[in-house]
Each structure stands twice: as structure tokens, then as C-alpha cells.
Design a protein around this ligand. Structure first.
Ligand SMILES: [Mg+2]
Length: 508
């Protein structure tokens, strides 16, 4: 393990909900819940104001509504989250070539790779500057953890939340971890936590004291050893750039085309299991499940679905693959099937022990309640108004749908740069009302992100409250006069946005 706290973990604060609050002035300081609003929907993100009521991510939406009946409930707007994410990741890649995204709003950065930091002081300065840059470019806050290992950096950013920075000085790790609950460690979920508690182990210190042999006896070899190493703050995993592009997959070609839908389903389940075995053998887990189908006419389709966090649970991968298969027409026959997992991570954020025991608890473990991050973008051609959706009215301008029902739709007319706006109600088929592109959260010459290597003075950034110049600009438009030649920094790999785009295919 290195001896300087130069691994940085960035985690944006209540990301989806914060984006919605930035976009919708009337929701600032209010309880906001983003997620699936259908009967099986779960919470993707709750604003801090909503968390006060006990609402948290992965909670069933119905339960959230009972806890916080007055919160704003919105559908996710992934295209906006993606574009903000690209801005944030571009800032991270200015610091280091070694950026390992874990999700749209979370990443590790190795600050030593390009000399952005070499000791505690320089690491703290870099982290502080990064937080200021993120705020200037996106208008949002992110929390930063700095430590000598990935595990500790992630724990530090969790402690820093919201809107803070925590640096763990090398040498202090064990003293810091000692009194923390075992659930702090990655991979320790409710099942492992309960199991350890029954053995009298509730803190990380008690884990370390129990010793490796005892933990192996309790949890099995792989997890016992892994947990013991974590309890001693031993973690040598490197920050790996572009891990997201790698994948583990298996496929089978059939001598005779399969026509029977049931049989196709069974084959997909079998392939999912085989894929998970490979994944586990490699000590990996992944977030994106990919299904490949080659049909009788050699046309090949791939479908993918991105989960909330990495998994190596065969049941989760089987279910995702089965859902993806539902969106594929296999009449006429299938000659090849494949299942893959990409978006790989070293360990799962789910409960290691629960998986080891092969449990599918009647009460689903928190992190795998539902793969909520299936793309749910509204299709513009549909006159179906969803809460949170961007609209434009011929007379009143840009706004968003606050609610609809009984043939009416309520729209609040406000923009990221306006004050809280007024509400008006229309008939759902009002010809003057139409779906619109999202507006950028921050406007000014610095949007999109700055170009690396461009000469000139310090970066100019627009104040957050800019007058309404160019209010009708879409998120894709570039600011005037800035870096037209290279609006996408060379350091921004295509794979980042490309990977995320994959999710779009998952829509049945
Ligand atoms: Mg976050």
C-alpha cells in the first residue's frame, strides 16, 4: 500500500435529486425523490431533505410515498445526468489518466499517476480545487475522500457527505476503522452483518481481533480472508482506467435453430449461470448485463441493462437476462445466444455472505432490490406527461410537468436560471404544449467543459446566476467562442459515454 493519501474517491451528493433541484428552482430545499413511479418502482435517489423522512435509495416507491407524502416524485432524466456526468469525469481526467468510474456520479482517481498530488498537503489542495471546479462547471456539489487505498478513500468520501472533503492520513487507518460498524466495509450487507453479530462481532476492531481463522470458519475461505484483510485496512487494489469497457461473456451457437421460446429462455438462464461462474472465478462483479441474440437470418441483436451497482449474483444476472430477452423477437428461430457482464469491479457492493449462502431472501437485500437504472426516457411522440419531464409551451416557454391526470397536465414554468416559477394547468392534448429538450444547468462560455492545453489566462467561469441570455439553448449547444475545435477533451475516452449509451438499448 502506498504511503500518501493520493487515491481520491469522488461521489456526487444525492446526484439525480441534486440535478433536479438545480434544474427546477421551486424544488430547491425541498424533499425530492427520483425513481421508477410505476407499481414496482424503487427510489433511485432521494434528496437530503427527503432522507430526513427515512427515504433512501432502493426503497420501494410506495413506501417512500408513505414516509414523505409531500415530496416531489420525479422520473429520472438520464440524458441530463449523463451530460453532467461527462462534465465531472472530464474534470477528473484533467487530474489523472487513471480514472475508474463506478457509476455516473462516482469514481476513483489515482492522483500520483500524473503528479497531481504526492503527499497529504498536495492531495488536499487538489481535492479542494476539484470540488470548487465541479461546483463551477456543474452547479452541483460532490464529496471527496482521500486515502492511501480505494477502500479507505470510499469510506472517507462517505464521511465527507454532503459537500465535504475527508482525508485519512496514512498510519491512522486502523485506529479510524476500529470503532466503525462492520457494515462500513465493502461487501458487508445485512446478512453478513447479522451473522457476525451472532458471533459477537459488531465493529471492525472486533473483526480484526477475531483473526483470520475464525472469520474463515464463519464466512468461508474467500470472504473470511477478504474481510480480515479489510479489517486490517489492507487494500492494494490499483485504480484501473476504463475498466468499464471490459467484460466477461459466454455464448453458444446451435447446430439447429431453436424455435421454442421456452427453450430459448432456458438456454439464456444456463448461459447467465455460466457467465457468473466465469465472473466469480476472476473475482469480479459487473454492473451491465448484456444479451446477444443471432437470429435465423443472421441478424444479430444486443440488449443491455445497467444495474444500480456491481453484482455477481446468478439470480440477479438471470433475471436481467430474462428481462432483456423479453424485448427480442425470436420467432423464426435463434442460432446463437450469449450473455455477458461488463462494467466490472473488483468486488460487489452487495452482501458477500448473502450471495455465498445462495440466499434469495424473502426480503430482498437493499442494494439489489430492483435494477432501477433501466432507461425510462419519455418518447417524444407519446402524449404522455410524466412528472419531471421537460416541456415547452408556445406562450409560456420552458417548464416541467408537475403532474397529470383526469385529462389535465400541470406545468411549472421555470428554468435553471429563473426563480421559482408559476404553475398552470392545461388539457393533456393542448396543441401549444410539447415535450422539450432539457436546459443546461449552468450557462456561460465555459459550458461544455474547458479544453485542456488551451492557452490563455485562468479559466473564466460564469457566475451561477447568469441573466437569461440564450435561455433556449439546448444541452448540446456549445458556448460562444470557446474551444470549438476540440469541445470534447482528448482525454475523455469514448468508452465512457459509449458505455452509458448501452443502457439505452435496454428499453424494451
Ligand atoms: Mg452519489
Amino acid at each position: 500500500m502506498r504511503n500518501a493519501p493520493t487515491i481520491l474517491h469522488l461521489d456526487m451528493d444525492a446526484f439525480y435529486a441534486s440535478v433536479e433541484q438545480a434544474a427546477k428552482p421551486s424544488l430547491r430545499g425541498k424533499a425530492v425523490v427520483v425513481g421508477g413511479l410505476g407499481p414496482r418502482g424503487v427510489v433511485a435517489t432521494a434528496s437530503y431533505e427527503a432522507r430526513v423522512f427515512g427515504v433512501h435509495s432502493a426503497m420501494p416507491m410506495a413506501q417512500a410515498r408513505r414516509l414523505a407524502p409531500n415530496a416531489a416524485y420525479l422520473v429520472p432524466r438520464f440524458s441530463v445526468y449523463r451530460s453532467v456526468s461527462e462534465q465531472v469525469m472530464a474534470l477528473l481526467r484533467e487530474l489523472s489518466p487513471l480514472v475508474e468510474p463506478l457509476s455516473l456520479d462516482e469514481a476513483f482517481v489515482d492522483l500520483e499517476a500524473r503528479g497531481a498530488a504526492w503527499d497529504a498537503e498536495s492531495a488536499r489542495q487538489t481535492g479542494t480545487r476539484l470540488r470548487a471546479d465541479i461546483r463551477a462547471v456543474t452547479g452541483l456539489t460532490g464529496s471527496v475522500g482521500l486515502a492511501a487505498s480505494k477502500m479507505l478513500a470510499k469510506i472517507a468520501s462517505e464521511q465527507a457527505k454532503p459537500d465535504g472533503l475527508v482525508l485519512i492520513e496514512p498510519g491512522t487507518e486502523r485506529a479510524l476503522l476500529g470503532p466503525m460498524p462492520v457494515r462500513t466495509l465493502p461487501g458487508v450487507g445485512p446478512a453478513t452483518g447479522d451473522h457476525l453479530r451472532r458471533a459477537g462481532i459488531t465493529t471492525v476492531e472486533e473483526l480484526a481481533e477475531a483473526g483470520e481463522d475464525e472469520l474463515v470458519r464463519l464466512l468461508g475461505r474467500a470472504h473470511g480472508q477478504a474481510l480480515y484483510a479489510m479489517a486490517l485496512a489492507r487494500d492494494d487494489r490499483p485504480v484501473v482506467a476504463e475498466r468499464e469497457t471490459k467484460s466477461v461473456s459466454v455464448e453458444d451457437t446451435y447446430d439447429v435453430d431453436i424455435h421454442d421460446r421456452l427453450r430459448v429462455g432456458l438456454e439464456v438462464q444456463r448461459l447467465a449461470d455460466r457467465c457468473v461462474r466465469r465472473l466469480r472465478e476472476a473475482g469480479l462483479s459487473g454492473r451491465t448485463i448484456v444479451l446477444k441474440v443471432r437470429r435465423y437470418d443472421f441478424s444479430t441483436l444486443t440488449r443491455s441493462e445497467t444495474l444500480r451497482g456491481p453484482t455477481d449474483d446468478p439470480a440477479v444476472v438471470r433475471e436481467a437476462a430474462a428481462r432483456l430477452l423479453e424485448s427480442v423477437d425470436t420467432t423464426g428461430g435463434v442460432r446463437l445466444l450469449g450473455v455477458g457482464v461488463s462494467g466490472l469491479a473488483d468486488y460487489t457492493q452487495e452482501d458477500l455472505f448473502a450471495q455465498a449462502a445462495g440466499e434469495r431472501a424473502s426480503e430482498p437485500p437493499v442494494e439489489e432490490a430492483d435494477p432501477v437504472v433501466v432507461e425510462e426516457e419519455p418518447r417524444p411522440e407519446e402524449r404522455h406527461w410524466r412528472p419531471g419531464q421537460d416541456v415547452r409551451h408556445a406562450a409560456y416557454g420552458p417548464g416541467w410537468v408537475q403532474g397529470s391526470g383526469l385529462g389535465r397536465v400541470t406545468v411549472r414554468f421555470e428554468t435553471p436560471q429563473s426563480g421559482p416559477g408559476r404553475v398552470r394547468t392545461f388539457r393533456v392534448d393542448d396543441a401549444e404544449l410539447e415535450p422539450a429538450e432539457p436546459l443546461p444547468l449552468v450557462q456561460g462560455p465555459d459550458h461544455p467543459p474547458p479544453c485542456p492545453g488551451q492557452s490563455g489566462g485562468p479559466r473564466h467561469r460564469a457566475p451561477p446566476e447568469l441573466p437569461e441570455a440564450g435561455l433556449s439553448a439546448t444541452a448540446d449547444q456549445e458556448g460562444p467562442g470557446t474551444c470549438q475545435a476540440s469541445s470534447v477533451p482528448a482525454s475523455l475516452p469514448k468508452s465512457w459515454s459509449g458505455r452509458v449509451e448501452d443502457g439505452a438499448m435496454s428499453r424494451p
